[in-house]
Design a protein around this ligand. Structure first.
Ligand code: SAH
Length: 216
């Protein structure tokens, strides 16, 4: 694993300053991004770019989300300590680590077998221990639900209905909706079961795909 030294810490601080300038306000999110060694989540070919505010390839045709996007999605979840969170799209596990830093109990699903295996091995080495699942996130994980919050880290063509059912009353779902580009949506399930929706701007994600891929 690539060392976390003064150079990486300095670059990380610059990234944090950039995110604050771009409008990220939640101190807990800022602190988590300031602490987590993002370069260790990336292929060695990209470690020099780990603290650039961009998405980068992580294998299996997928990307580690842009830090600004991770920050926005986490802010929108408005986490309380101990919240039960279902995350769809484990990928590199970077977003998972941010959620755990904020005190969430995380259940995370990945459909690419290679990425699932790699991240399940790697993340506990940094001290992050979510429950990992290999499967189709469209189906959620009803056995462990209902969840306080659900986060989808890939672009969904429309609202995944089965996931809404696994949300507690009063819970939120944060999901980028759209085919080519996405709109960041936050759905709030009211105590009477109604769904309120908020639009939080344009983003670009890899697609949420059906089924699983046995790429390894
Ligand atoms: N949040 C992660 C990954 C973002 S990319 C990170 O920052 O590293 C989105 C991830 O969602 C990819 O790894 C992709 O394989 C996964 N994905 C896409 N559709 C999925 C589905 N139906 N179920 C589970 N994971 C899915």
């Amino acid at each position: 694993m690539h060392n976390d030294g003064y150079r990486e810490k300095g670059l990380r601080q610059q990234l944090v300053n950039e995110l604050i300038q771009k409008g990220i306000k939640d101190k807990r999110v800022i602190d988590a991004i300031g602490k987590i060694p993002r370069h260790q989540f990336m292929d060695s070919a990209f470690v020099n770019f780990a603290y650039v505010d961009k998405a980068f390839p992580i294998g299996s045709g997928q990307t580690i989300s842009q830090p600004f996007t991770v920050a926005i999605q986490t802010e929108l979840l408005d986490l309380a300590k101990g919240d039960k969170v279902l995350e769809i799209g484990t990928g590199s596990g970077y977003q998972t680590a941010v959620l755990i830093e904020l005190g969430a109990k995380v259940y995370t699903i990945e459909r690419q077998r290679g990425l699932f295996l790699k991240t399940q091995q790697f993340l506990p080495k940094l001290g992050y221990n979510p429950q990992f699942f290999y499967g189709d996130g469209y189906l959620g994980k009803p056995t462990y639900g209902p969840y306080d919050k659900i986060l989808i880290t890939a672009g969904a063509p429309d609202i995944p209905k089965l996931l809404i059912e696994q949300l507690k009353p009063g819970g939120f779902m944060v999901v980028p909706i759209g085919e080519k580009t996405q709109t960041m949506m936050r759905y709030i399930k009211t105590n009477s079961g109604e769904l309120l929706e908020e639009n939080h701007g344009a983003f670009s994600f890899v697609p949420l795909l059906k089924g699983t891929a046995n790429d390894k």
